[in-house]
Structures are given as structure tokens and as C-alpha cells.
Ligand binder design. Structure first.
Ligand code: PEP
Length: 261
């Protein structure tokens, strides 16, 4: 299991998706490290493509900015062509692994059972899983948002102990908001986060919902970050497109840090 995580830290994780070569990634990480000289606004993690992890890790060394993988295989090693195992991420200095991102659930057909295995494997391998949950537009429009969130949270957390649950991070990412420029309102995000917290209380144990950091993801930019992170229940963000440029990403981190007031 990963080491203890402070209670609901403000955290912004940049998901670079399939962008940045190793050298481009190291350059962006270097720019962010330079910006740190003015102080660290919140916990920050960068999730570059696997091919850039090592170079970005070197650029971040000693900075306190965390490194994360964008996915991982549930098995620790073996004949799984094209996959990356948790111990490989840990050996590169990763603290986090994103699991269940909607681009893998909906683009690559990953199901709840597989995502649950990945989340447990991350804990086994000493990584903090960032467990992504969220509804599609059709599910929201047909009033199924709560059902979907409850099902996705159940799948991962049913059977986890309290300490394990507390060692995870959840990202609420409505699928209709990812990469679309359509951001959830702070109220929509708060409602979803409350569903997730209540479900954690039921599935794991009472009180755990208030201890797990829940990030919002979906078209977060430096333009909408202040309004989003003023919402006390949002513990930070999982940021895709807007994490690819240093100054804007930094403003998002600053908004997340300031939001906790
Ligand atoms: C994401 O990658 O998880 C994401 C939310 O992307 P974007 O910020 O580009 O919508």
C-alpha cells in the first residue's frame, strides 16, 4: 500500500494523454519546477505517456511534484504485450496511477471489473490509484447519473478496507465534459461528489467518504478553475488539455490551492 496521504489534500494532476515526447515532457516539467520557486500552491502530479516517465521523473527529481502513470495492468508481470505493470511505474518513482479513465472505459471497452482489479493492483504495488468515475451525456439526460456513479464506486470499493480506501483518490469526470470545452457547473460537480462520498460511506465504512480526495475533471482551464475550486467539496482537478502548457496549468494549481482558503 502507498504511504499515508494527508486528509483530502488539494491536488491537481495533469493527464498529458498521448502528448509530449520524452524531451518535450522534460522541458515542460522543467518549466513547472522553475515556477515552484514562488512556492507550491497545492499537491501537483504529472502523468505523462509511459515513454516520457523516466525523463520527466529526472526533471522533477527533488521538486516535490509527483509523477503518475496514465494506466497500468493488474498483473505485476508476465505475458501481456504492450502493457505496463505497477511495479514498473513504482520503479520509475511514480506515486500515482490513473485507472478507469473514460477514454479507456469508453474508447477501449474497459469494464468495472477490470478497473477494480487495476485499482487493487495499484494499492498492492505501492501506488495511489486515481480512480475515474463519471456518466455519459445520455446517462445524465436519462436521469441515471447517480446510478452510474454508485455502480462504478461499488465496483472498485466493495471489499476494500478503510485504510485502503483512504489511500486512493477519486476523479469525478463526466464523460460529456472531457475534452469538449463543456465544463460541469460547480453545483453539478458538488452533487456528484456528494453521491460518491455517500456511496463510500455505505460501501466501506461511515466517515470514509469525507476522507477521500475527490478531484473534478472535464475541460478545466485557467478561466474556469477559480469558480470550480471555490467549491469546498472539490479537492482539486484532473486536467487534460490545459496541463500541456506550463503557465496556464500553474494558474489552475494556484486556483486549487487558493480555493481551500
Ligand atoms: C482528462 O484527461 O481526464 C480530462 C479531464 O481532459 P480535459 O481536461 O482535456 O477535458
Amino acid at each position: 500500500m502507498p504511504g499515508p496521504w494527508p486528509r483530502r489534500p488539494r491536488l491537481v494532476a495533469g493527464n498529458w494523454k498521448m502528448n509530449k515526447s520524452a524531451s518535450e515532457g522534460a522541458a515542460l516539467a522543467g518549466q513547472l519546477v522553475t515556477l515552484l520557486s514562488a512556492g507550491r500552491p497545492c499537491e501537483i502530479a504529472l502523468c505523462p505517456p509511459f515513454t516520457a516517465l523516466e525523463a520527466v521523473g529526472v526533471a522533477l527529481r527533488g521538486s516535490g511534484i509527483h509523477l503518475g502513470g496514465q494506466d497500468m495492468h493488474p498483473e505485476p508481470k508476465g505475458a501481456f504485450t504492450g502493457s505496463i505493470a505497477g511495479p514498473m511505474l513504482a520503479a520509475l518513482g511514480c506515486r500515482f496511477a490513473i485507472v478507469g479513465h473514460s477514454e479507456r472505459r469508453h474508447g477501449l471497452g474497459e469494464n468495472d471489473a477490470l478497473i477494480a482489479r487495476k485499482a487493487r493492483a495499484a494499492l498492492r504495488d505501492g501506488l495511489t490509484p486515481i480512480v475515474c468515475v463519471g456518466e455519459t451525456l445520455a446517462e445524465r439526460e436519462s436521469g441515471k447519473t447517480t446510478d452510474v456513479l454508485v455502480r462504478q464506486v461499488h465496483a472498485v470499493y466493495d471489499g476494500l478496507g478503510e485504510a485502503e480506501a483512504r489511500a486512493t483518490v477519486i476523479a469525478y469526470e463526466p464523460v460529456w465534459a472531457i475534452g469538449t470545452g463543456k465544463v460541469a457547473t460547480p453545483e453539478q460537480a458538488r452533487e456528484a461528489h456528494q453521491v460518491v462520498r455517500a456511496t463510500l460511506d455505505r460501501v466501506v465504512t461511515s466517515g470514509v467518504g469525507q476522507s477521500v480526495a475527490i478531484l473534478y475533471g472535464g475541460s478545466v482551464t485557467d478561466q474556469n478553475a477559480v469558480a470550480l475550486f471555490a467549491e469546498e467539496d472539490l479537492d482539486g482537478g484532473l486536467v487534460g488539455g490545459a496541463s500541456l502548457e506550463a503557465a496556464g496549468f500553474w494558474r489552475i494549481c494556484a486556483a486549487a490551492g487558493a480555493g481551500r482558503g
